[in-house]
Design a protein around this ligand. Structure first.
Ligand SMILES: Cc1cc2nc3c(=O)[nH]c(=O)nc-3n(C[C@H](O)[C@H](O)[C@H](O)COP(=O)(O)O)c2cc1C
Length: 425
């Protein structure tokens, strides 16, 4: 049999992993009122494997942390309790489960904030409106409140408390979300951070907030339960940097003193999800600098995953979209079995072809079957899937806890963009 390095065991600190295929954090937006829902039990336990590492989706650290509807949180007792059965289900399957703790910063709107206040950030520079992943809606962002130097320790402490809560919920550890243009990244990147205090200006100063968060979380739950995700090369929400390699290296070197469980970096080619660009850059300098478990993500398939493990470029490979579409991904990669194509994505923006619609219909049937078989709380009284010649879907539905969503005519791309929540429990 051909060698399959992805399937080799790996000891990540206190955790014995049976393979190197990690479930990347994937926002699902099905946590109504920021409370994880029972249907997440099915989603996560389907993707758990004996000795496999799963990272849960971005989970808000406080009531100011959110920037999208229905993302989960981990700052209230109710949220902690709601996570417990989900975590238990992963453990029952022998999985290891980390919670990604997150603050969106300025990638938010005052409607998501308590008292309709301004979202917080490293800066008061507003963010231009953005096309949502559905290719239809436009997200508007409120001008942020620039955190004062004095206000920053409270946010660091929110990360600490969220980490403690995640452990209380049963998670094996936390991944601090320092990537993709959210709050920590807003401090790290010089296209965003325009501060003149000790948190801005030099590279060391821009990294200060991230490292304070790491230190607080490590002190709270122990370094062997803490990972950090970074995307120095990414440019989500205007979060570019003039020297991503220097930034990544500085962080990798600075993290060494903490003895973190892992460092998780997103490949330079993933400027944004779905935009895999040619680039001369790689994570090799950071991999060499960081003296611990190094996880990579961004555009990996089986062949490339095997290649980076065998060459020593990475210890672990996180898969996002492939895991979304293939709950049994580790097993499929082991057998070299065919993979379901992931239907999430920016493309096609607009309408799909008939072939794709047929695939979508099959997905929908499966989803309804899942709902019934899992006795979902969500009421899904009626779904009518109609298609016209242009391939526009008309979906009449009553979803989201019985709340009536009016008959809508929406592009198939929109449905696809919701599939992470809708079609994969
Ligand atoms: C639907 C979806 C939701 C995502 N949510 C998160 C998230 O909550 N946190 C995060 O750090 N990255 C998130 N990502 C990025 C993925 O973790 C991953 O880095 C990205 O999909 C690239 O990996 P892939 O090429 O294997 O899909 C998300 C990606 C997708 C497609």
């Amino acid at each position: 049999m051909e060698p399959n390095p992805l399937m080799t065991p790996y000891k990540m600190g206190r955790f014995q992993l049976s393979h190197r295929v990690v479930h990347a954090p994937l926002t699902r937006q099905r946590s109504f009122d920021n409370i994880p829902q029972p249907h997440a039990i099915l989603y996560h336990s389907q993707r758990a494997s004996e000795g496999g590492l799963l990272i849960a989706e971005a989970t808000g650290i406080s009531n100011t942390a959110h920037g999208y509807p229905n993302t989960p949180g981990v700052w209230t007792k109710e949220q902690v309790e709601a996570w417990k059965p989900i975590v238990d289900a992963v453990h029952e399957k022998g999985g290891i489960f980390f919670c990604q703790i997150w603050h969106a910063g300025r990638v938010s709107n005052c409607e998501f904030q308590p008292n309709v206040q301004a979202p917080i950030s490293s800066t008061d520079k507003p963010l231009a409106p953005q096309m949502r992943s559905n290719g239809v809606d436009v997200a508007l962002f409120s001008p942020p409140h620039r955190l004062t130097t004095k206000e920053i320790p409270q946010i660091v402490d929110d990360f600490r408390v969220a980490a403690r809560n995640a452990i209380e919920a049963g998670f094996d550890g936390v991944e601090i979300h320092g990537a993709h243009g959210y709050l920590i990244d807003q401090f790290l990147k010089d296209h965003v951070n325009d501060r003149t205090d000790k948190y801005g200006g030099t590279l060391q100063n821009r990294c200060r907030f991230a490292l304070e968060v790491v230190e607080a979380v490590v002190n709270e739950i122990g370094a062997d339960r803490v990972g950090l995700r970074l995307s120095p090369y990414a440019n989500y929400s205007e979060s570019g940097d003039s020297n991503p390699e220097a930034l990544g290296l500085h962080m990798a070197n600075s993290l060494n003193k903490f003895g973190l469980c892992y460092c998780h970096m997103v490949e330079p080619r993933m400027i944004k999800v779905g935009e895999k660009v040619e680039t001369p850059h790689s994570l090799l300098p950071m991999r060499k600098a960081f003296k611990g478990t190094f996880m990579v993500a961004g555009g990996y398939d089986r062949e490339e995953g095997n290649k980076v493990i065998s060459s020593g470029y990475a210890d672990l490979v996180a898969y996002g979209r492939w895991f979304l579409a293939n709950p049994d991904l580790p097993r499929r990669l082991e057998l070299n079995a065919p993979l379901n194509r992931c239907m999430f994505g920016q493309e096609p923006v607009g309408y799909m072809t008939i072939d794709e619609l047929q695939a979508l219909e099959r997905h929908l049937e499966l989803w309804m079957y899942n709902i019934r078989s899992a006795k979902m709380q969500i009421m899904f009284e009626e779904i009518q899937l109609l298609k016209n010649k242009e391939g526009i879907l008309k979906v009449s539905n009553e979803i989201l806890r019985g709340k009536i969503v009016e008959q809508t005519e929406i592009s198939a791309a929109y449905l696809l963009s919701m599939q992470n929540g809708m079609f994969n429990f």
